[in-house]
Design a protein around this ligand. Structure first.
Ligand code: FES
Length: 104
């Protein structure tokens, strides 16, 4: 499936990702180093924070309490905030658009 990534500088790029990876892994593997994902996907760092296009909100898995708590520590949090390591990339999410959140 296709993923559209918007960088902090506003550059938009379309990449192909493998279903079954997390959205974080797809972003990292596509060469976006500005998404740090320091904890490697264990939901303990919040450096994989992205803003998800509201159009896709209903297709995303519900947020866990851990994810919610971690996002509270992110300065740039809003209603579209998610930790990209907690989002499995699936065929259903083809065309998903995410914007990498500001660094804290
Ligand atoms: Fe650390 Fe997602 S990579 S919380």
């Amino acid at each position: 499936p296709k993923l559209i990534v918007v960088t902090r500088s506003g550059e938009e790029r379309e990449v192909m990702g493998e279903a079954g990876l997390s959205v974080m892994e797809v972003i990292r593997e596509s060469g976006f180093d500005e998404l740090l994902a320091l904890c490697g996907g264990c939901c303990s760092c919040a450096t994989c924070h992205v803003h998800v296009d509201p159009e896709f909100a209903a297709k995303l898995p519900k947020m866990s309490m851990d994810e919610d708590d971690l996002l509270d520590s992110a300065g740039d949090r809003d209603a579209t905030s998610r930790l990209s390591c907690q989002l499995p990339f699936t065929d259903e999410l083809d065309g998903l658009r995410v914007r990498i959140a500001e660094e804290d």
